[in-house]
Design a protein around this ligand. Sequence first.
Ligand SMILES: Nc1nc2c(c(=O)[nH]1)N[C@H]1C(S)=C(S)[C@@H](COP(=O)(O)O)O[C@H]1N2
Ligand SMILES: [Mo]
Length: 425
Amino acid sequence: MDRRSFLKTLAAALAVGNARVVAVEFDPFPPAPRLGKPLSPVGERSRFEAHVQRYISPNLPSRHTGAAFAPISELDGIIHPNGLHFERDHAGVPEIDPKKWRLVIHGLVERPLIFDLETLMRMPTESRIYFIECAGNGQNGYREPPEPTLTATRSRGLVSGAEWTGVPLRILLEEAGLKPEARWVLAEGADASAWVRSIPIDKALADVLVAFRQNGEALRPENGYPVRLVVPGWEGSIQVKWLRRLLVADQPAMSRGETSEYTDVRPDGTVDAFTWVMEPQSIITRPSGGQRIAPGFHEIRGLAWSGFGKIRAVEVSTDGGKTWQEARLSEPVLDRALTRFTLPWRWEGQETVILSRAVDEAGNVQPTREEFFRRWARNNRYHYNGIQAWRIRADGRVENGDPPLAGGPVPPLRAGGCGGEVLDG
Ligand SMILES: Nc1nc2c(c(=O)[nH]1)N[C@H]1C(S)=C(S)[C@@H](COP(=O)(O)O)O[C@H]1N2
Ligand SMILES: [Mo]
């Protein structure tokens, strides 16, 4: 039988899920492919995936101080590839020669120490999967009225999950010997922003990592090469990148990053500093803003996380919040790591709103938008964790479904007055 006679147009009625008849034209015996691309020392993504990129707002006044959002609407699982981990810099990415890199530990210690990278890498290590989230994640939630074209990436993409390997900070501090007056560890980065953040001694001794591996390989320059702090569950800004100095002190630094930025305004105008722990979050990444869906079966997929521990449950509503169902959490569900949730769903083609709500093991519940603004001022900038709603239009287009707030727009605070930066224009 000649090969051509096998080439048929097959109408395959695929009785799976959507139960729609799909005409498939295929060759059951394709010719052997030509000799492919040769072996390569470093792998690259398929060129067909080139569009999956971090999102950088085109309206930023500078590309050196701002943020690049992880494309969470196009990723699955709980680990982000290193090249797509979100990025938040205050003065660009410094180039640090690992041979010249040093870490100084001094202040209220018995023995001031200087480490080079080789010495650090000889110490005992731990590898842990954690999320890192910028306190500015969710900043678009402060916008009033809500922007219809918001995507999942722009709503909550200033978070990423990775496996970090490093030396527990406790080991380095014990090596230096803490004096009894030691209360804070002031961590300084080597970038031009002179980034300094103060970590209370209890946290520093509990679970902070001095990390030099990100998903097994050296950190990416954007994420702190060669060494950064990983401070589990706490806001990203305290996880100092390009780490070069740890000053043990009896007081916090009250640096730029803990006064003019990364402080939170209450509705009565008072300001909270040191709001470190990230509150529970969740977001449906699929279907989500900017996507278009067809009627039939869809697995709703999303991410949840909390700085207080493991995610206990994620509830999903497909009818605008009238009823809620418990989503399935994909194993592993880890302490202060991204957690993946899924829910099977059939969309019949009518307009609706879908929502997700995270509950963590400490019992914290992700608030609605309205509840969030009872706790924090409308002109605050940080720690937004309101429930994100997605409206599915009858034609399948997915849009921001966040409810507008009573009272209308509020002018934002300006930088210098607890305002900080706008990360998405
Ligand atoms: N030295 C230094 N460390 C820094 C920053 C910085 O600008 N300089 N930005 C901080 C902020 S605000 C965040 S959210 C995280 C972001 O980490 P990532 O870029 O690896 O995602 O790094 C923090 N560490
Ligand atoms: Mo941040």
